[in-house]
Design a protein around this ligand. Structure first.
Ligand SMILES: Cc1cc2nc3c(=O)[nH]c(=O)nc-3n(C[C@H](O)[C@H](O)[C@H](O)COP(=O)(O)OP(=O)(O)OC[C@H]3O[C@@H](n4cnc5c(N)ncnc54)[C@H](O)[C@@H]3O)c2cc1C
Length: 248
């Protein structure tokens, strides 16, 4: 149902509530909105809910298994070509109201959007856990593990990429993957966006510093002592070329 169809229903419900309860009882309105948002959540979602197909085609140009961080991007890119039919298969269900609130992501662990894996018993880790086994959270939901992660924007370490090339994986050096990191990025922090060697704007993935830090956090983040004039980033970051910040 489109928003222009929902609004008259909300207006009518409010009129009824005022008529029945009187103007003093308007405190019901936030509750009313919360209820409506809860029961018709997907209709208020600007990106709206993806609909499952009811009938499959006899064949597809591409079948992507897993609609997680990688699969969703791959499927999106493939469907940019209107001549291709792409089937995206996901084992989990849809997101819910809680999954859209980043700070609640911890509550999603061990829920129905988590595969619920556990590590094997460990000798040196997970010592306080039952059977010395830790939970190994992985998303089982449209969006995959990105639905219950903490949204930190962390690029892989430069030396890891370069090591992959040394092990016989051409095309995976940091210099070769960097253009794709930049292509996907919409860096909203001007102090980073101006460093065009490492950052870019206009990509699908919005990246920005958290708009609010507690006073304690502000005291914890010390100003960089020294700036690398070639890269324009702090020496601590330039050591591994993996600037990290929040993505939204
Ligand atoms: C708790 C937690 C916090 C994290 N925090 C961060 C962070 O702050 N910053 C960061 O950069 N990274 C973070 N990560 C890591 C990041 O989320 C993952 O690296 C990333 O989401 C992995 O993407 P993926 O596409 O490889 O797998 P996933 O996103 O896990 O996608 C795999 C998908 O495949 C589906 N699937 C599996 N098997 C089948 C099947 N047989 N048929 C159909 N579908 C199937 C799954 O249900 C899932 O949806 C975090 C991860 C976790 C678990």
């Amino acid at each position: 149902m489109a928003i222009h169809l929902v609004l008259p229903v909300v207006a009518s419900a409010m009129k009824t509530a005022i008529a029945v309860l009187g103007i003093g009882k308007l405190a019901i309105i936030p509750f009313l909105f919360a209820s409506i948002a809860y029961f018709h959540y997907d209709q208020f979602d600007p990106e709206n809910r993806i609909l499952d197909v009811k009938q499959l085609l006899p064949s597809y140009d591409f079948i992507v298994v897993g609609a997680g961080s990688a699969g969703s991007v791959v499927a999106n890119r493939l469907t940019e070509n209107p001549n291709w039919n792409v089937l995206l298969i996901e084992a989990g269900g849809h997101e819910n109201e809680i999954t859209d609130v980043p700070i609640l992501s911890l509550y999603l662990h061990k829920s129905k959007v988590d595969w619920g894996y556990k590590t094997e018993p460990q000798n040196t880790a997970c010592q306080a856990m039952i059977e010395k086994r830790c939970s190994w959270t992985r998303g089982k939901v449209l969006g995959g593990s990105s639905v219950l992660n903490t949204m930190l924007y962390v690029r892989g370490n430069k030396r890891d990429f370069d090591h992959w090339v040394e092990q016989g994986n051409p095309g995976w050096s940091y210099e070769e993957v960097l253009p794709y990191f930049k292509k996907s990025e919409d860096q909203r922090n001007p102090y980073l966006a101006r460093n065009t060697k490492y950052h870019a704007t206009g990509g699908y993935q919005t990246v920005q510093d958290s708009p609010y830090n507690t006073p304690l956090a502000q005291r914890s983040f010390k100003q960089p002592k020294k700036w690398d004039t070639t890269s324009g980033i702090s020496t601590e970051r330039s050591k591994q070329d993996s600037p990290s910040t929040s993505s939204q």
